[in-house]
Ligand binder design. Structure first.
Ligand code: CAP
Ligand code: MG
Length: 426
């Protein structure tokens, strides 16, 4: 192990990939020592002195721990772009989020953020549609989108699934999606569900005069099934596919990004399983890193949390995710562990707020997120006392009220769907 990685005088080059880590050394190990080992292990070094790399190359490729703050347990490391395969998310993760979490010399270690250099952004295409592309498909410019997840998650036949989806579309949903664990089960086969649900979307379009999009879950082993299902959706005339990003994995997402672009389909990213490694504030990696990788690869919309719903995620964290989805240039924010990122023209993703939402939360959601958000209600639509269609209508009415500055109580006068929602969930 070399000892000269700590270099507070170093100013990261435009070609460096910069990471911020939270580090808690094991008992008896110094902060600087652990930072040195971590930087070495994630790049050119090992646990003992090795001499296979020439001193000249080692000097050229060595990591620079240019920021080291023991009180806040924060370290920032600049890695030369030459250490990476610039178009491979798995390779980058194997380096800066690989062995380092297993080292005995750390009790806890968390990758807080990665700032990608322009050379890496150029290797990726980012979202094909992105926020504005999705708005264009729908023809909705000036309001948040309203979506639902067909409930229950699993158990409905394809016919029932399509019926619930149709009711949600007819009541006012712009988007209807499958749940994360619904793929191709005996009771609800992928092909049949896709065909029937897309038919229901067309029927609702004809009746309402609004575009209606069905986000069918194509999560499956990559080459055999996932891509075949994408093809099925394309042939059925769908505009969208949805994918469970963490169970499917980064290589699948990279493959899917290009295949979906060729097929002309937008991609909805469901993040189930992320909390297995993002939730602990002291260990693992942050949801911010996950979101940035999604934008880099090119998913069109991503779940980011709600602040007010059933899933964990403080307002600060959720808004940092929102900013990373939508801004062209993200400023550094030490308090939120956010590094500066210029997205170099990669399109914004549409943020999705979902999880335990009821129509009565729409005023607060609108205050938090503004108009560039997809508000997604599962139980909050299908458990409406008057049924799914009324649940969707109640959401649209609550949105109108919020955008026009009325209270829900006021606006629900003469609107039975909103009134019933207010009575149930206020
Ligand atoms: C929401 C949901 C989504 C979560 C995922 C569910 O349903 O379908 O998967 O939103 O969480 O299964 O819980 P409800 P997140 O509206 O009925 O709660 O968006 O935080 O990734
Ligand atoms: Mg779900």
């Amino acid at each position: 192990m070399r000892r000269d990685y700590v270099d507070p005088g170093y100013s990261p080059k435009a070609t460096d990939l910069v990471c911020e880590f939270h580090i808690e050394p094991a008992a008896g190990i110094g902060f600087e020592e652990v930072s040195t080992h971590m930087a070495g292990e994630s790049s050119i070094d090992s646990w003992t002195e090795i001499s296979t790399l020439s001193p000249e190359l080692a000097e050229k490729l060595k990591p620079h721990v240019f920021y080291l703050d023991e009180p806040s347990q924060t370290v920032r490391v600049a890695y030369s772009e030459e250490l990476f395969e610039l178009c491979s998310v798995p390779q980058v993760l194997s380096a800066v989020a690989g062995n380092i979490f297993s080292m005995k010399i750390v009790d806890n270690l968390r990758l807080q953020d990665i700032a990608f250099p322009a050379s890496m952004l150029q290797e990726f295409r980012g979202p094909n549609f992105g926020l504005s592309g999705v708005r264009e498909i729908l023809g909705v410019e000036d309001r948040p989108l309203v979506g639902t997840i067909v409930k229950p998650k699993v158990g409905l036949t394809s016919e029932l699934h399509a019926e619930v989806a149709y009711n949600a579309f007819a009541g006012g949903c712009d988007l209807v999606k499958d749940d994360e664990n619904l793929t191709d089960q005996k009771f609800n086969r992928f092909e049949k569900r896709a065909e029937l649900t897309l038919k229901g979307a067309l029927k609702a379009e004809a009746e309402t005069g609004e575009r209606k999009l069905y986000l069918c879950n194509i999560t499956a082993p990559t080459c055999g099934e996932m891509l075949r299902r994408l093809g099925v959706l394309k042939d059925l005339g769908a505009s969208y596919a949805m994918i469970d990003i963490v169970p499917a994995g980064w290589t699948a997402l990279q493959t899917l990004r290009d295949a979906a672009a060729d097929a002309g389909l937008a991609l909805h990213a469901h993040r189930c399983m992320h909390s297995a490694f993002t939730r602990d504030p002291r260990h693992g990696l942050s949801m911010l890193v996950v979101a940035k990788l999604c934008r880099l690869i090119g998913l069109d919309q991503l779940h980011i949390g709600t602040v007010v719903g059933k899933m964990h995620g403080e307002k600060d964290e959720v808004l940092a995710l929102r900013d990373e989805c939508v801004l062209e240039k993200v400023p550094a924010d030490e308090g939120r562990h956010v590094l500066e990122q210029d997205w170099g023209g990669l399109k914004p993703m549409f943020p999705v707020a979902s999880g335990g939402l009821a129509p009565t939360m729409i005023p607060e959601l609108y205050r938090i997120f503004g108009k560039d958000v997809i508000m997604q209600f599962g139980g909050g639509i299908h458990a409406h006392p008057l049924g799914t269609k009324a649940g969707a209508t109640a959401c649209r009415q609550a949105l109108e009220a919020s955008m026009q500055g009325f209270s829900l109580e006021e606006y629900s006068k003469g609107r039975k769907e909103l009134k019933a929602a207010v009575e149930k969930w206020a």
